[in-house]
Design a protein around this ligand. Structure first.
Ligand SMILES: [Zn+2]
Length: 466
């Protein structure tokens, strides 16, 4: 109720906008892979499981945008990230360079040139496609070290992410780039506690998770001492406000792992990632409450991932049946390995009943989520292919970001289907995505139709030097 009142209050703040730039503080949130069904699906899941409504779905401006890239009707994150950052269509897997090979300038460059503070934060690698699109220019998104070098050499004031990703096979690790940042005069903070104590007088700042991980843990798997996206968001706001409170700032925050959960076809994990992004949006809403006439908050996505459908063939959905899942497909794979492949004992194939009991405990299958005879037969077939005579006990499947036991992945897809969520595939779709806007000049975004139209409009409203 409190939150609804707060949002009602905020919805009154869609001030009109004159031709003179009025926006001082811009928050640009990007849910990677966060299609419309991922967002609506999260609200259905939340409602059924006693969680609150996703805050940005109640924003006064709600629009839809197309996402095609220059060379494909289905975009990847770097082409879409560049469209969102620069307003230019480029080819998939390229960062900040147009199809003719020319670098395209972006929002952090325009904001900086006009004297504003700038920040980028993400729950994945600090140099992953989306943050890279707001800072770097390279013809390959996988050129992580080149991107890191460009980010370190850039004027961006605040950067945050799990770690510096390095090139495959280079033999380098993140420490090399932490040193490079340090030599360039950038203060590096690692871990939530260090980040909370960041020195606001530092010229430039990089915040990392402090753990050897390519991305922050999924929200559904999070342990108490894990760094989370809202730690980065909170620190970024505090830092940028303290240094650029007078002039204003631009801050991009990416929820990078909605996409990971989509690639892995894992609905509960995906929805918790959407909720986790909303938690960072809450921090921006608190800022908006303090500066209602000068703050603009946008939430959008680069593309949809997984072809998630609401409904799985019957005229019904039961999002409450996901309530038995308390860990991601990756974490359940780990538990499955520990349970059935103990390192200190010779391998012995588990019985079907033991496997069923495991998934009852970890996903709620054969528990809160009843399994039909037909579905059980299909799952038993995967069990037989894994543990039966002549089976492959390591039978697995890979998605873009992880590898899981086939049996675990099928069980997760099954509980999704029982709850009424059906995945189409493990890659991106060309579906449109939502654009949710609140604050100063929000209504200007009512007419936006494509992902290239957002960046120039922000630049105009905030008076950036484009
Ligand atoms: Zn993706």
């Amino acid at each position: 109720m409190k939150r609804i009142c707060q949002l009602l209050f905020l919805s009154l703040l869609v001030a009109g906008c004159s031709s003179k730039p009025e926006v001082k503080y811009v928050f640009y949130f990007i849910g990677d892979g966060m299609g419309v069904n991922e967002v609506i699906g999260t609200n259905l899941y939340n409602e059924a499981n006693g969680l609150g409504t996703v805050n940005f779905t109640q924003f006064p401006v709600l629009n839809f945008i197309t996402t095609v890239s220059a060379n494909s009707l289905v975009t990847d994150s770097s082409a879409a990230g560049t469209a969102l950052a620069s307003g230019v269509k480029i080819n998939n897997s390229v960062v900040g360079v147009d199809p003719d090979g020319n670098p395209v300038s972006n929002l952090t460059e325009w904001a900086h040139a006009a004297g504003f503070g700038t920040g980028v934060a993400t729950s994945v690698g600090v140099n992953h496609a989306t943050p890279a699109s707001f800072v770097a220019h390279t013809d390959k998104r996988s050129s992580y070290e080149e991107i890191s070098n460009q980010m370190i050499a850039s004027p961006v004031d605040f950067m945050a992410g799990s770690t510096f990703l390095t090139d495959r096979g280079s033999g380098h690790d993140a420490a090399l780039f932490e040193q490079k940042a340090d030599s360039a005069g950038i203060a590096v903070y690692k871990g939530a506690e260090a980040i909370r104590g960041l020195d606001l007088t530092k010229e430039r700042v990089v915040c990392l998770s402090g753990k050897a991980e390519d991305s922050l843990p999924y929200a559904i798997d999070r342990k108490e001492d894990d760094t989370q996206l809202s730690d980065f968001t909170e620190a970024g706001i505090r830092y940028l406000e303290s240094r650029y409170g007078k002039k204003g700032f631009f801050f991009m925050v990416e929820g990078g792992k909605v996409d990971y959960a989509g690639h892995a076809n894992d609905a509960a994990t995906c929805f918790q990632e959407v909720n986790d992004l909303a938690k960072s949006v809450d921090l921006a809403l608190a800022f908006l409450k303090r500066y209602p006439k000068e703050t603009l908050i946008l939430i959008t996505a680069d593309h949809e991932t997984g072809g998630l459908m609401l409904g799985s063939g019957r005229y019904e959905m039961h999002p409450d049946l996901l309530s038995g899942q308390h860990a991601s497909v990756d974490a359940v794979t780990e538990k499955f390995r520990e349970a059935f492949f103990p390192e200190d004992k010779p391998f012995k194939a588990p019985t079907w009943d033991a496997v069923k009991a495991f998934f009852a405990e970890n996903l709620g299958l054969w528990g809160v989520a009843e399994v039909s005879e037909r579905m059980e037969q299909q799952l038993k077939e995967v069990y037989d292919r894994t543990f039966g005579k002549g089976g492959d006990r390591n039978l697995s499947e890979s998605n873009l970001y992880s590898e899981n036991y086939r049996l675990v992945a099928e069980m997760v897809r099954s509980v999704d289907r029982i709850a009424g969520y059906q995945w189409s595939f493990g890659s991106h779709s060309g579906s449109p995505v939502g654009l949710y806007v609140i604050g100063a000049c929000a209504e200007e975004f009512n007419t936006v139709k494509d992902n290239t139209e957002i960046a120039p409009l922000i630049a105009r409203l905030a008076g950036y030097a484009k």
